[in-house]
Design a protein around this ligand. Sequence first.
Ligand code: ADP
Ligand code: MG
Length: 279
Amino acid sequence: MSAMSQTRTAAGPRTDVLLDVRGVRKVYEGRGRSVEAVRDLTFTVARGDLVCVVGPSGAGKTTLLKCIAGLLAPTSGEVVLEGESVDGPPPGMAVVFQEYGRSLFPWMTVRKNVELPLKQKKLPKARRAELVHQALSAVGLDDVHGAYPWQLSGGMQQRVAIARAIAYEPHILLMDEPFAAVDAQTRADLEDLVRSLWQRLGVTTLFVTHDIDEAVYLGQRVLVLSSSPTVVLDDVTIDLPAQRDQLTTRSSTRFTELRGHVFEQIQRAKQRSGASVVE
Ligand code: ADP
Ligand code: MG
């Protein structure tokens, strides 16, 4: 409890650690075979930060996120959220997964889908209605409260999933490659939506992607993961202006430098791990 109140009262956002991932290692055991998905991940996320985690497919990003979300127990190491060790889904967290098709209940309207976690939170009806309305409005879906998810496009379904997450008013929002399955234009719109929601609501966000450009465009910080066995290669501060837009930001010199830097880290690590296999 004392650790929790300490983080709550810490003065600057830089020192106010919300999420502390300490030496997380995950080995999947099964059928006489073990897979070391994550070797050693250590980093912190400050309250109010927007951190992207980028790494190649199979690097263990989903594994990491599930450990943070309390859906999977690390083999060793620890995840601490707001001063409390995570050993099950923590109450102050919302997760948006890649597979929007499977994350919404098809038999419930959009409104009911967004409202469901609020019922579990035992909020009174009027407050639930208010939060649902605000969240759907914030993601640009004022007109579809009564629709069913399957009546909506993939991009709109993912907006519903984001609305559900923010309506819950989480202390931290985790997103696992949420836009990997939508078309390029929709993806750009959703990226801008994430940044504008983050700027407006100030919700601490951990966004996982395999896409280097997406990570640099979105993040205030980018954690670069190696391929498996996974470690943190670099922690890059993204010193791009706070106001970003798809055209200007992505064509700026600094953006090109930053993505080049991240790309190089990942390539070098691949060569190193390739070399160790040969040895
Ligand atoms: P990413 O999300 O970065 O693509 P994952 O976390 O899904 O990576 O997977 C990391 C590694 O762990 C991969 O080699 C994958 O095959 C393995 N893996 C993931 N889930 C399981 C599981 N339930 N059982 C065994 N191996 C798994
Ligand atoms: Mg994944």
